[in-house]
Write a protein that binds this ligand. Structure first.
Ligand code: ARG
Length: 279
């Protein structure tokens, strides 16, 4: 149901204060290629990446959210993508286990950090899973991606470890190698996604479950516009996704555009930089 605000123009959206975990890109670079976005021959401006990341962090704080940090580790250039470090729901965490050897050491670093986050329960994973990269929480349900990184066995592992319903989705386009590159939650029952990134079966499932979803087009998906973070009203999103920004505004959300162009060179955007510590 859509609730209209006084005046009847835009639907009423309610933001809730969040707790995020981020990692400053102090050691960011593109020195290997593990997704089609990464080209080690293309220069990266680390100082600019840090500046853009600081802009994102300040944006969250201005919106009333709490940002906690994990210490960046030298030699782990992708560690800025904190979303990949685990999945936290209801005060319980499932740690990550990375697909590529270049990122393996991020798993234990995040596990140690999550153990200091005041959670009830932190589980070390047995199956490969790249945290919130492939797990998107939508209300009481967790949508889980597989195809490029996270092992389907990790979906059942997450359901058991966190006591949540997990629904598997299959990714079919290597540019959208993590679920959070092509699908995001706007609130507890609304999502936005890019249909061509999913198998026909997964697409049918999404259509049936979320008939009111906001659909992104190729241009918005190709700048990782769907890699956004919503608090139920404010949607922090890359400024490059102009079509999606307009569509969200038209649907009553409040887009908050940010510039993360340096991090896009590694195949990441807003959501990739942000792990949510829930409950
Ligand atoms: N270069 C990183 C990788 O390929 C980017 C990770 C982006 N993170 C995300 N949550 N999608 O693993």
């Amino acid at each position: 149901m859509t609730i209209l605000a006084p005046g009847g123009v835009s639907p009423l959206r309610t933001p809730t204060a969040r707790r995020y975990l981020m990692c400053r890109p102090d050691h960011f670079e593109v020195s290997y290629a593990i997704n089609p976005w990464m080209d080690p021959a293309r220069p990266v401006d680390r100082a600019r990446a840090v500046q853009q990341w600081e802009g994102l962090r300040a944006t969250y704080e201005r919106l009333g959210h709490r940002v906690e940090l994990i210490e960046p580790v030298p030699g782990l250039p992708d560690m800025v993508f904190a979303a990949n470090g685990g999945l936290v729901v209801g005060g319980r965490a499932l740690g990550a286990r990375f697909t590529h050897p270049q990122r393996t050491a991020e798993g234990p670093a995040h596990l140690a950090r999550l153990r200091r986050a005041g959670l009830q329960h932190v589980v070390e994973p047995t199956h490969v899973n790249e945290g919130e990269g492939d797990f998107v929480v939508v209300g009481d349900r967790v949508l889980a991606g597989t195809g490029y990184r996270t092992d389907p066995g990790a979906h059942a592992e997450a359901a058991a470890a966190l006591d949540v319903e997990v629904l598997s989705l299959e990714l079919v386009d290597p540019r959208f190698y993590h679920l959070d590159t092509c699908l995001a939650a706007l609130d507890d029952s609304t999502i936005a996604y890019y249909p061509p990134a999913f198998s026909a079966r997964s697409r049918d499932l999404l259509e049936a479950l979320y008939p009111d979803a906001v659909l992104a087009d190729a241009a918005d998906a190709e700048v990782l516009g769907l890699n956004f973070v919503s608090d139920g009203r404010n949607v922090v999103i890359t400024q490059e996704a102009v079509g999606l920004v307009a569509a969200l505004r038209g649907a009553g959300w409040t887009p908050v555009p940010v510039d993360l162009s340096e991090l896009l060179k590694a195949g990441g955007s807003v959501k990739c930089c942000t792990m949510e510590l829930r409950g």
